[in-house]
Design a protein around this ligand. Structure first.
Ligand code: NAD
Length: 495
């Protein structure tokens, strides 16, 4: 018997008004795991009304002090930690990720994120400004109201934490829409939130398609802000739709990040390891994947042979298996899209060095697996070098000088992240300044922290997730000017 999940609206576990449902299929083996509601605009409207009531009538940012909100966030973190193994298993089945990654990274990180923002709730306030005259001028940092979050499928529980935690810390109410392909961990999180002490309507979780409920959220006049994580193409649509009611928007979008290896590195092995992690972690389905790898010419051949040797050793398979390091692709459609990119690489003349095909041996035939793939690219004009593939496909390129690689790295509409390997710290810092990306790693790749802002430049979006800077995305500043002089000495400057 397949488990049926309900949505979470106004503190109640409910089905969609239409009664429509959909099912979640495990991309690793094709089995149906669960069913859940397919909401439409009517359900979105109910969620918005509940969130408005919770925000306006109960005014939860005032009825619940910063300490109360911190306690709720701590309770959510505890709820995740107490149930990690079970939650991780559901996430793995829903997404095709590996159990190792989800149980040791994603779940802990989500819990850490709720705790991090619990710690910030008491640090959110305005300031007194030195306006001249007999005046007291100060700012109030206020919540926005009802926020909506719409997210991608590649890190489901983490994205729920990244959006819900800062929204609650700042006193907003929120409607969270997970990706249709990976809704289960958010629906599990609903149960944890229900037991956390959060008042009814403060968090609402609705499930369904982007074209139906995503658009309904973007158009709804009751919503003040859309926090979006997804593709650049959808991000543009979200901006356009949000413009009709001038909603605030933050966009975490796509990337095609450069990973640069200079010939002065101390240990080639470490840089090779980072290059592999950078592209093959989560089967390449990571917005900050280091999908353009630039290696300096003097070490190029040695680097390439070690990279290929270790790529061939990566165990690919069902993520439930402890030995597997790379799981399945999220869906058949996504797998076919990646295979089309691989074909375009071959057609346009890039040299296939590893992988380049679907894996179908034994049990793998039931799921959607692609072999870790590396192309050697003579130049940067191939489609596979320019466009985000969002799969385990690495473009390997040679460069000769620092100036050349900076220019090539920056030659992209995206600007999400970049990595630099060098033992020359001045060079590393020069690149950190010159690379046009929201995040730069030196002698490291893919590391993100709750303490540090995450978000892109250029067409990778704007606004920041994580860190104290996300507080700015969920608050607005009000200025209060108080005249202090006595009535009799008050001077008007008009008539
Ligand atoms: P997507 O844009 O297709 O979908 C993202 C979300 O938007 C989903 O919840 C989807 O249902 C919803 N959506 C789709 N159409 C919509 C519409 N018309 N109106 C409103 N909502 C709509 O992206 P995806 O395929 O789920 O995710 C992959 C993309 O996300 C990649 O480009 C990746 O780089 C990006 N991403 C970025 C970050 C980041 O932090 N910058 C993180 C993860 C993923």
């Amino acid at each position: 018997m397949v488990h049926h999940y309900s949505m979470y609206i106004n503190g109640q576990f409910v089905d969609s008004q239409s009664g429509r449902t959909t099912s979640s299929t495990c991309p690793a083996d094709g089995k149906t795991i669960a069913t859940f509601p397919m909401a439409d605009a009517t359900d979105v409207d109910l969620a918005v009304k509940a969130a408005e009531r919770a925000f306006r009538h109960n005014y939860w940012s005032q009825s619940h002090s910063a300490q109360d909100r911190a306690e709720i966030l701590h309770n959510i973190a505890k709820g995740i930690r107490n149930d990690i193994e079970r939650l991780a298993k559901i996430e793995v089945m829903d997404s095709g990720k590996t159990m190792t990654d989800v149980s040791t990274v994603d779940m802990h990180w989500a819990a850490d994120c709720f705790e991090y923002y619990a710690g910030l709730t008491t640090q959110i306030y305005g300031e007194v400004l030195p306006v001249p005259g007999d005046v007291l001028d100060f700012t109030l940092r206020e919540p926005l109201g009802v926020c909506a979050a719409i997210v991608a499928w590649n890190y489901p529980i983490m994205f729920a934490a990244w959006k819900i935690a800062p929204a609650l810390a700042t006193g907003n109410t929120i409607i969270f829409k997970p990706a249709l392909l990976t809704s289960l961990s958010a629906l599990e999180l609903a149960g944890i939130i229900h037991r956390s002490g959060a008042p009814d309507g403060v968090v609402n979780i609705v499930t369904g398609s982007g074209s139906e409920i995503g658009e309904a959220l973007c158009h709804h006049p009751g919503i003040s802000k859309i926090a979006f994580t997804g593709s650049t193409e959808t991000g543009r649509k979200v901006m356009r739709m949000a413009a009709s009611t001038v909603k605030k928007v933050s966009l975490e979008l796509g990337g095609k990040s450069p990973h640069i290896i200079f010939d002065d590195i101390e240990k080639l092995d470490n840089a090779v390891g980072a290059a592999l992690l950078g592209i093959f972690f989560n089967a390449g389905q990571t917005c900050i994947a280091g999908s353009r790898l630039y290696v300096q010419e003097r070490i190029y051949e040695d680097f390439k042979s070690e990279l290929l040797r270790r790529t061939r050793l990566i165990p690919v398979g069902n993520g439930m298996d402890d030995d597997v390091r790379m799981g399945s692709i999220i869906s058949e459609d996504q797998m076919n899209l990646i295979l089309q990119y691989i074909e375009s690489g071959k057609r346009e003349g890039a040299k296939l060095l590893a992988g380049g095909r679907r894996l179908t041996q034994g049990e793998l035939s039931r799921g959607f697996y692609i072999a870790p793939t590396i192309f050697e690219c003579e130049h940067d004009d191939y489609t596979i070098v320019r466009e985000e593939i969002f799969g385990p496909v690495l473009c390997l390129m040679k460069f000769s000088s620092e100036d050349e690689v900076i220019q090539r790295a920056n030659h992209s509409p995206y600007g999400l992240a970049a990595g630099v390997w060098t033992s020359n710290i001045k060079r590393g810092l020069r690149l950190a300044k010159q690379l046009n990306a929201g995040q730069v790693w030196i002698n490291q790749y893919l590391m993100i922290s709750n303490f540090a802002p995450h978000g892109g430049f250029k067409q990778s979006g704007y606004g920041k997730d994580l860190s104290k800077y996300a507080i700015d995305q969920f608050t607005q500043l009000k200025n209060v000017y108080v005249e202090l002089c006595d009535e009799e000495s008050y001077i008007t400057t008009f008539e």
